[in-house]
Design a protein around this ligand. Structure first.
Ligand code: DGL
Length: 272
């Protein structure tokens, strides 16, 4: 049993990574670099995807409910909400109900503010993320002397999901998002873009092409992986515990993700 960081953790207890879809794989990739031996249960709430188009109460209830049930079933030592939308809305609530450490994913405004030289930062996220008070707070705290231009790009979530299902990436959708952000007042001066949705680093190559070489991209995956490594430092991990990829909803149609899922170290896709 794990209470915060104080008591002894079972060696077989996994790390739970949770997202609405495959976006959290960008966090997993960084985690693997730091903790290759750690058993991971990756949970994709495909039945709830996309979170970005839902209301705050719906997202909060869904995320807290699912994480509660998943914690019961998998007994993780730590859970990571690898989703900006869910984290900016439900992180506090989830921390209140679960007794394990919860790592959230919030827009990387702080590093972006340190990086920009023009003082104009773009932020691409879901519609739900960009309207959050959490983002207002990060902006006020770290980028008050800069300009933060927020743009909701729900179609990029669809494109990222399709890409990992082996479909052709629709470049026109990516170009449209880049053009729309650039068209905002002062948008042509953007030199740094926060990828404030875990799905978007899956499209980093295409986004780079669309924005041009003068723009830098920032996201939180590396920082989150470091946070998880720090919180589990010194804990035992048993080698016989396997990695699992679980989904809500139709497990049959999720099989299209299998090649991508396998390339991240999972052998199959199971129903939650
Ligand atoms: N991956 C989620 C995020 O980081 C968003 C995807 C969705 O709309 O469900 O915000």
């Amino acid at each position: 049993m794990l209470r915060g960081n104080r008591t002894i953790t079972e060696a077989s207890s996994p790390i739970l990574l949770f997202d609405s879809g495959v976006g959290g794989l960008t966090v997993l990739a960084e985690l693997r670099r730091l903790m290759p031996a750690a058993p991971v249960i990756y949970a994709a709430d495909l039945a709830g995807l996309p979170y970005g188009e839902k209301s705050e109460p719906k997202i909060a209830a869904r995320v807290a409910g699912l994480l509660g049930r998943m914690s019961e079933r998998y007994k993780p030592r730590l859970a990571c909400i690898a989703c900006n939308t869910a984290s900016t809305i439900a992180l506090g609530m989830v921390r209140e109900v679960l007794e394990i450490p919860i790592v959230g994913t919030v827009p990387a405004i702080k590093p972006a503010a340190a990086m920009t030289t023009t003082g104009v930062i773009g932020l691409l996220g879901t519609a739900a993320t960009i309207r959050q008070a959490y983002v207002d707070k990060l902006e006020a705290e770290f980028a008050s002397s800069q300009s933060l231009l927020r743009y909701a790009a729900p179609d990029l979530v669809k494109v990222a999901e399709a890409k990992l299902r082996g479909e052709t990436v629709d470049i026109a959708v990516i170009d449209a998002a880049a053009r729309s952000l650039r068209a905002m007042p002062d948008g042509e001066r953007i030199d740094t873009v926060v990828l404030a949705c875990t799905h978007f680093p899956l499209l980093e190559h295409e986004l780079r092409e669309a924005f041009g070489p003068e723009v830098n991209f920032v996201h939180g995956a590396q920082g989150i992986a470091h946070r998880i490594a720090h919180l589990t430092k010194g804990q035992p991990f048993s080698a016989d515990q396997s990695n699992r990829f679980v989904v809500t909803g139709d497990v049959q149609s999720a099989q299209l993700l299998l090649p991508a899922v396998k390339s991240h170290g999972f052998s199959d896709i199971e129903a939650f």
